[in-house]
Structure formats: C-alpha cells, structure tokens
Design a protein around this ligand. Structure first.
Ligand code: ARG
Length: 572
C-alpha cells in the first residue's frame, strides 16, 4: 500500500533525475497536500528549492520536470503556478482505486513502521501521596496518545509509569501519619487524606524547626530500613497506586509497568560506583558529580549523583532506570513526556547516558502549562492545585446537562455512557488539539461546544455516519468498484487518503495536534459531502459508492479518535 504523497514524490524525483542535473547531495523532493483545493490536490515546491541551489530559473526547471515525468495512472499533467510551484491533480480512477485499497486495509492506509522499534514511553508519573492535579493532564494524555500511535504503527511500545514513590516528602508523610492521620478519612479517600496530612505537616515545619528535624529523622529511619517506617511507606504507596489505577481505568489508560523511583533504590550505589570507576564522575565538595565541561550550555551545571550526606538524587535514579530499560527490555528509544521545567534534568541525564556509552535514543517530549481564565497557572479559589479527578467529574456532569437538553429521549444508561464519553473526550481533545508547547487556557464552553474544533463536534460526525446505516436498516454490501465524480465525494476521498500520511508524521515531532486537526478537517469534509451528496436518496453505483465513503469515514473517525484516547458512541 503506497501513499499518494509518496507516489507523487517518487515520480517527481524520477523526473528530476532524468534531467541531467547536478543534484545536491541529500536533496529530497517533497509533495504535500495543497493548501487551496482550487490549485489541485497536492503541491510541491521542490523545483523552486532546487533551482535556487543550482542557480536556475525555477519555472523552467519545474516545466522540464513536469515534461520528463510519467504521470500516467496517477495524476493529470501537473501545472506550474506562481514562482515555480508544481500542482498535482490526482486522476479520478486513481483516487477511486486508492480509496478502495484503504477500505480493505486493516490499518486504513497507514503504513507500518520499518524498522519497528522498541520504544519505552515514560509518562504521567505523579508523585505518591499527592493527587494528580490538572497539570498532569498534559503528560498523561500526550503519553497515552503517543503510545497508541506507536503501537498502531507497529512499534513495540512499553508504557512505564515512573511514579515518584521515594524521596524526601516521605519524611513528612511518615511524621504526619504517626500524629494526624484520620483512619476513617483514609479509608474513604486515601490520596486526599494523605495530602491533608502532608499539608498540615508542611505548615508545621515552616514554623517549627524541631518538627522539621523530626521529619528528617523519620526519613533517615526509612532509608535505613526501619520496619515501622517502611510499613507506613508501603501502605501509602499501595493506597495511592490503587486509587491511581481506578483513575487510569476510567480514562482508558493502561501501563505495562509501574516501576517507580523506589524500584531502583538498591541500584543507585552501584551506578555511582560505576561512574567513578570509569572516571565519568568525580568528587566535588564531598558530593559526587558528573561535569559536562565540554558542553557549553551545561559547562557550569554538573549533575550531582551522590549528595554530601550520601543520599542519591533524581538523576541517579533516572540513570539506573535507563540501565533497566536497556538490559531488560532492549529499548531502542525512550520518550520522557514531562513538562518543560525539567529540561535541564534531561539534558544532563542524556549527556550522562551518552558518556556511559548507552546505545539508546532518548527524547524529552516537553510540554507547556494549562492556564486558567486569568492566564495564570490554574488554581482553586483557595490557591491550591485543581485536582484532576474534580475536573473530570465536572466535565462529565456538564456533558450530561448538554445531553439531557439535546436528546432527552435517550434512556438513562445511554445518557450516562454518552456523557462520560463526551466529558472525558472533551478534556482529552482540548489538550491534544493544542501544540504541546503552547500554554493553553482551560475553557469549559470551548471544549464542550458542538461547533468548532472540539471532541463533541468530531464525535457527532461519527454519530451521523452511524445514523445513516441505522436508517438503512438492511445489511449493506459494499461495491467492488467506486465512482467518485462529484466534488463533495472527491474532497472527502482525498481527505481519507491523507490519514495514512498524517499518522506517521505525529511521531516526527510528537504532535498529536496534527491528528486532531486532520480529524477536524475530515469531519468538515464529511459534513460538506453530506450536505451536497444525498446518500440514501441516490441510486445505483452512486449510492453504493457514497455508502462506502460513509463507512470509511466512520472507520477513520473512530480509529483516529481512538488514537487520541477518545471513545465514540453510536448516538448522542
Ligand atoms: N515524578 C516526576 C515529577 O512529578 C516525573 C517523573 C518523570 N520521569 C522520569 N523518568 N524522570 O516531576
């Protein structure tokens, strides 16, 4: 199965190679969907770029390439426009054939990755005993989407939730657990109760030096293996994980592993020893550090892998984590979906891993923040972080109100199910339709609107496709041959063909928003088609072809939304 875009590139490349030019090394031709359908389906600026490099006239070069090319069976003779753009119009029969091929392809025209790689995706990773807040939306949803896309492309994806289940906060938690814990509240909502205790201790230690010291002592006892403290630690981790698991289940997000920081505890010493032995780390002021004197932006910023008091750092445990991911899972790549403020940590980590000679590609998939209406980091009225669970419940409640209004005849179970799909879908889509580095404003009205680039709009397009087949009532058999003559049919089929071009592109720069925008355009193309091309009232070949287009649109919308982690329903 080869993409229209690839076929055009290939032909153009072949045409250029016949022109006896001195092609610059590494030069690659490109063709992309046309920005304006009046000019064709695809366009290329490669002749212009090449002409500039070779100091030739761009229009003449474009003309020569068009004449040398063999476009038969693919497109009309290409046209030259403006300063040297080449515009391609795919022939009707080629589009018809291509659409049928996609229809019969299990991956809907999405090519499989070659080579397939083992990719570990490290995302969500909240800290234990602190509830997930609204900021966790970003890493959690982006990471989940990337893992779905990676798998769909045929990669071996391993999702690992590197939870913060070890560290200095446990001194405070254990101290508070022993004094302020309300057992009943703990049973009901462990994470909330642990947070309450943590906050109380936090206030206390700010005012009372003695309490702060007592927390430190609890931490040291924990680190030394004190049985009571270890048992308390274990309980907080287990309780938190159980509750987190429920949240992920609700969101339809799964992890293959939950190997938090504590998992690597007894490997930290050996990592530091290894660094020292190989001369990659050195002592400085009693601490063990890795210096990056040869990397300008890190020259003044060594990574501390063992503190003066003998304790280990975040960087140490991340180094041990890389070892594990390579030795146990054979990772080719690791993607860390973590907010932009941790950029320095990852720069140091990746530089250190490289020094250790680790053969793995490491990428920090950074993201920006979510803002409130006041354009500041979103907080509750009392200044606390907005909790993720509260946001999701509110989303579902709001969706329920909308559904009651729009479609009161649905039964109660249906309403519950649809409200959940819309509410969770809306929050996910609001995230994934943004570029990951953009700070965006969290707006209920915008994300729940049935108009515009939103989850409800896309889910509604899917519902429309299903409604057609419900009305039809009979078993449909899809035709062996297609006729795509009307403009609405053509535009829709052309959009459907682009699904296979967009999905692999997501991973180039980790941009789920490419897929979101594509699905929005597809839904628009479908609405345009639906308005101008009657389906059930048409006849013969036309009707059969239109039904097939509806079915293919339905599948692509469903699959595309699934890659974003969004579930569709048949009615709404
Ligand atoms: N728990 C960390 C935090 O909340 C994020 C961990 C990200 N993953 C990693 N391997 N460092 O900041």
């Amino acid at each position: 199965m080869s993409l229209l875009r690839h076929r055009l590139r290939e032909q153009l490349s072949l045409a250029l190679s016949q022109l006896d030019l001195d092609l610059p090394r590494g030069f690659r031709v490109d063709a992309s969907p046309a920005t304006d359908p009046r000019f064709g389906d695809y366009q290329s600026n490669s002749a212009m770029i090449l002409a500039k490099r070779l100091k030739r006239n761009p229009r003449e070069l474009a003309q020569a390439a068009v004449e040398a090319g063999n476009w038969e069976g693919l497109c009309q003779p290409p046209e030259i426009a403006g300063p040297g753009f080449i515009n391609f119009r795919i022939t009707q029969s080629c589009l018809e054939e291509h659409t049928l091929t996609i229809f019969h392809d299990a991956h809907l025209g999405v090519p499989q990755a070659d080579p397939a790689e083992t990719i570990v995706i490290d995302f969500s990773a909240p800290n234990v005993a602190k509830p997930m807040h609204i900021g966790h939306i970003r890493s959690t949803f982006i990471g989940d989407c990337l893992s779905r896309v990676g798998r769909f492309l045929g990669h071996r994806v391993i999702t690992d939730n590197h939870i913060g289940d070890w560290g200095t906060q446990f001194g405070m938690i254990i101290y508070g657990w022993k004094r302020y814990l309300d057992r009943e509240a703990l049973e009901k909502d462990p994470i909330r109760e642990l947070l309450r205790v943590y906050r109380e201790v936090n206030v206390e230690t700010k005012a009372d030096e003695g309490a702060l010291q007592a927390c430190r002592d609890e931490l040291v006892k924990l680190q030394q293996g004190d049985a009571e403290n270890h048992a308390i630690w274990k309980q907080t981790v287990d309780l938190s994980l159980k509750q987190l698991g429920e949240l992920y289940d609700w969101l339809g997000i799964t992890f293959d592993h939950y190997l938090g920081e504590s998992f690597y505890n007894d490997r930290l010493g050996p990592v530091v020893d290894d660094l020292l032995e190989k001369g990659l780390a050195e002592e400085s002021d009693g601490a063990i550090c890795i210096f990056f004197r040869d990397i300008p932006e890190l020259a003044e910023k060594p990574a501390i892998v063992r503190k003066r008091d003998g304790g280990f750092n975040y960087a140490t445990s991340d180094l041990a984590t890389i070892d594990h991911r390579i030795s146990e899972w054979n990772a080719d790549q690791v993607w860390y979906v973590v907010g932009a403020p941790q950029q320095l940590h990852f720069q140091q980590l990746f530089a250190a891993a490289k020094r250790r000679g680790q053969d793995v590609r490491l990428t920090h998939v950074a993201h920006g923040s979510i803002l409130g209406q006041d354009r500041k980091l979103m907080k509750t009225r009392s200044g606390d972080n907005v909790q993720l669970l509260d946001v999701l419940h509110e989303a579902v409640e709001r969706a329920r109100t909308i559904i009651e209004e729009k479609n009161p005849t649905l039964n109660d179970d249906e309403k519950t199910d649809i409200a959940e799909a819309i509410g969770l879908g809306a929050v996910k889509y609001a995230e994934l339709s943004q570029h990951r580095m953009t700070d965006y404003i969290f707006s209920w009205d915008k994300m729940l609107s049935f108009q515009g680039n939103t989850a409800p709009y896309l889910m509604n397009a899917y519902v429309r496709t299903r409604a057609i087949f419900r009305k039809l009532g009979e078993d449909v058999s899809f035709p062996e041959r297609l006729v795509l003559a009307a403009d609405g049919e053509r535009t829709l089929a052309m959009k459907l063909a682009q699904f296979g071009e967009i999905v692999p592109d997501i991973l180039n720069d980790f941009r789920p928003n490419l897929l979101a925008n594509y699905l929005y355009e597809l839904a628009q193309a479908f609405h345009g088609f639906y308005e101008h091309c009657p389906v059930l009232k048409s006849e013969g070949e036309t009707r059969a072809s239109r039904l097939l287009l509806c079915e293919l649109t339905s599948r692509v919308l469903k699959q595309g939304l699934d890659l974003l982690g969004i579930r569709v329903t048949d009615r709404m």
